[in-house]
Ligand binder design. Structure first.
Ligand SMILES: Nc1nc2c(ncn2[C@@H]2O[C@H](COP(=O)(O)OP(=O)(O)OP(=O)(O)O)[C@@H](O)[C@H]2O)c(=O)[nH]1
Ligand SMILES: [Mg+2]
Length: 304
């Protein structure tokens, strides 16, 4: 958000200064002819009448005008230089938001989804202890691409990764294990709450896709059930978190006090301005055609 603000401010400032600069230069350029003409006339008059005082006073006036003209040019040049410096500063120092992160508890399928999207291959995955990074492209979208980052689900590791990446996020794919959601409900909801309450996520309006993975399993909970379970659990969590904040027990400067609508049961559609959507997916299968990541893929393509 900070970089956007800078960009907007710089853009507005740039436009204003450019207009001022160009206007000053145009006026001065236009006046050039007038000043020239008047100088010609005054010299002609002096020549005809031979009146030295008329000559000197007219000349002083013209010199003052000349000084003003050069001051104007100076102001215009300074305005243009300042604009150029601000533009360069904003373009070379701001964080570019072009990363889609896969976040979720351990064993949800983040790494397998990541490999499917970056190389199409099936790979045997093991609990990640460091992040995986890669490029996402779509053949219909030309040269456009996004960086994907698969963040380890390990609760001791993920926090730092999320904190380091949060300002560069363009989107978050929150991966849920639909086979084990009931057993993991509390932890999944807690992590999702952290993300949706994160001040940078809110400021940058980072969209979140809840990917209900492992739909190939016969006991997998459907997207509808997963969302309902999460909303109910997050409703309870919100009460305890808000109470903890009131008691001063939470030292988080990174999270807002409350998400959703006051006086209403928690719903993902209330978490404005963050847009939360969901999809079902299945990353397993020896061939790409056995897996189904259509919902995830299409969601990322929209961010390109
Ligand atoms: N049945 C089924 N298994 C899956 C699916 N996606 C992933 N798996 C399996 O689930 C296990 C965990 O997958 P990973 O991709 O390593 O999980 P992860 O979320 O990266 O886990 P961490 O690295 O520990 O955070 C692996 O054995 C995968 O093969 C799926 O859609 N269906
Ligand atoms: Mg992994």
């Amino acid at each position: 958000m900070g970089d956007r603000f800078l960009h907007n401010t710089a853009g507005q400032y740039g436009r204003v200064s450019a207009v001022i600069g160009v206007s000053i230069l145009t006026i001065l350029n236009g006046e050039d002819h007038l000043i020239g003409l008047e100088l010609y006339h005054s010299f002609s008059l002096t020549g005809i009448h031979g009146d030295k005082s008329i000559h000197e006073s007219t000349l002083e006036g013209k010199m003052e005008e000349e000084n003003l003209k050069w001051m104007g040019i100076g102001v215009a040049v300074i305005a243009i230089i300042i604009t150029a410096v601000i533009w360069l500063y904003c373009n070379f120092t701001s964080v570019k938001r072009d990363v889609v992160a896969f976040i979720g508890l351990s064993n949800g399928g983040k790494t397998l989804i990541f490999h499917r999207l970056t190389s199409s291959d099936y790979v045997d995955t093991y609990t990640s202890i460091k992040e995986n990074t890669g490029i996402f492209k779509d053949k219909n979208e030309g040269a456009r691409y996004l960086h994907l980052i698969d963040i380890p689900g390990n609760d001791k590791l993920r926090f730092n990764y999320i904190r380091n990446q949060v300002s560069s996020l363009k989107g978050i794919v929150f991966v849920v294990d639909s086979l084990n959601i009931q057993r993991e409900l509390r932890d999944v909801s807690s992590l999702l709450y952290d993300i949706l309450a994160n001040k940078v996520v809110i400021k940058n309006k980072v969209p979140v896709l809840i990917a209900c993975n492992k739909q190939d399993g016969t006991t997998a909970k459907s997207q509808k059930v997963v969302i309902k379970l999460l909303e109910q659990e997050m409703d309870k969590l919100r009460i305890t978190r808000t109470a903890a904040l009131k008691d001063g027990n939470d030292n988080s400067e990174e999270a807002v006090d409350f998400i959703g609508k006051k006086g209403k049961d928690f719903e993902f559609s209330h978490v404005m301005p963050v847009r939360v959507t969901s999809t079902e997916c299945n990353a397993k299968g020896d061939n790409e055609s056995d897996a189904d990541l259509t919902g995830v893929r299409e969601w990322i393509i929209k961010l390109l």
